[in-house]
Ligand binder design. Structure first.
Ligand SMILES: C[S@@+](CC[C@H](N)C(=O)[O-])C[C@H]1O[C@@H](n2cnc3c(N)ncnc32)[C@H](O)[C@@H]1O
Length: 251
């Protein structure tokens, strides 16, 4: 007979994610919760396009509100994106923090087989960052690397957007690695963080599984804010979990 714990696990495969996720009604409420005062600049035309069901309820705009909101508040100096692709989000980050340095990492095409399995997009070399180059953002630094064997040589990182390989193992390792370069109050944002869709999307299930493990191993602590209709989760790094790399590298 199936044990009670197994039934519970089947019904609730990510109990810590469920416990720590805070659903936020709208961007105004997120601003209040995080003490933000600034509204981001969000006028890139692609944010208003609808290419299919995944864009329902202005999902692109909701994602961008969270990511750009984190960039235009709190005067961040160093931003990191894992997974550049064409660089649409990179551009939004750079435009909303023009004084910051934005580092964006993408696996080079010739190494794609050494990356994980859940790779939504494998851009050719000239496609990586093509969007942000067309927007002429001077504060972006492109890094070509597989995050499985890459570490930053900069820090502390104020805002990170984690959107590379979506295998649970990569979500876990990318986050744990970034945490070592965070300070208390740094912001982590995961794409495809959407617990309500974890049963129907292998990517979203993997992102939840990676984050569940981070909670289970006590590498992460505290609430993850999920803006309604978005596919992103945001966490403010707790001082107990910010990394050891900071003292060594400093500002
Ligand atoms: C979903 S796309 C990123 C989208 C982009 N962040 C945006 O918002 O427009 C994921 C990207 O991560 C890259 N990627 C996948 N595995 C990676 C790895 N192990 N290291 C670095 N980049 C990786 C892929 O090549 C792809 O371009």
């Amino acid at each position: 007979m199936m044990g009670l714990w197994r039934i519970h696990k089947l019904m609730n495969p990510f109990p810590r994610v469920a416990r720590f996720t805070v659903e936020v009604r709208d961007f105004g409420c997120l601003k209040t919760a995080l003490g933000w005062t600034q509204d981001p600049v969000l006028d890139e035309p692609y944010l208003f396009e609808y290419a299919g069901r995944s864009d329902i309820n202005e999902r692109r705009l909701r994602d961008a509100e969270v990511i750009a909101g984190a960039c235009c508040n709190g005067n961040p100096e160093i931003l990191l994106e894992i997974g550049t692709a064409a660089g649409q989000t990179t551009a939004i980050m750079a435009m909303n923090a023009p004084k910051a340095a934005v580092y964006t990492v993408n696996i080079p095409p010739e190494h794609i087989r050494q990356g994980g399995k859940l790779v939504t997009y494998a851009p050719k070399l000239d496609e990586i960052g093509s969007y942000y180059r067309s927007r002429e953002c001077p504060n972006i630094h492109q890094i070509l690397a597989n995050t499985a064997d890459w570490e930053p040589d900069f820090g502390p990182i104020d805002v990170s957007f984690i959107d590379g390989c979506h295998d649970a193992k990569f979500v876990f390792n990318d986050t744990a690695m970034i945490l070592r370069y965070c300070r208390p109050g740094s912001i982590l944002i995961w794409h495809d963080f959407c617990p309500g869709l974890a049963l129907t999307s292998v990517q979203k299930a993997n992102v939840c599984a990676g984050i569940e493990k981070l909670f289970r191993k006590r590498i992460l602590r505290g609430p993850i804010y999920h803006l309604r209709d978005s596919w992103v989760g945001l966490m403010v790094v707790d001082q107990r979990y910010a990394g050891m790399g900071i003292q060594a590298r400093g500002r």
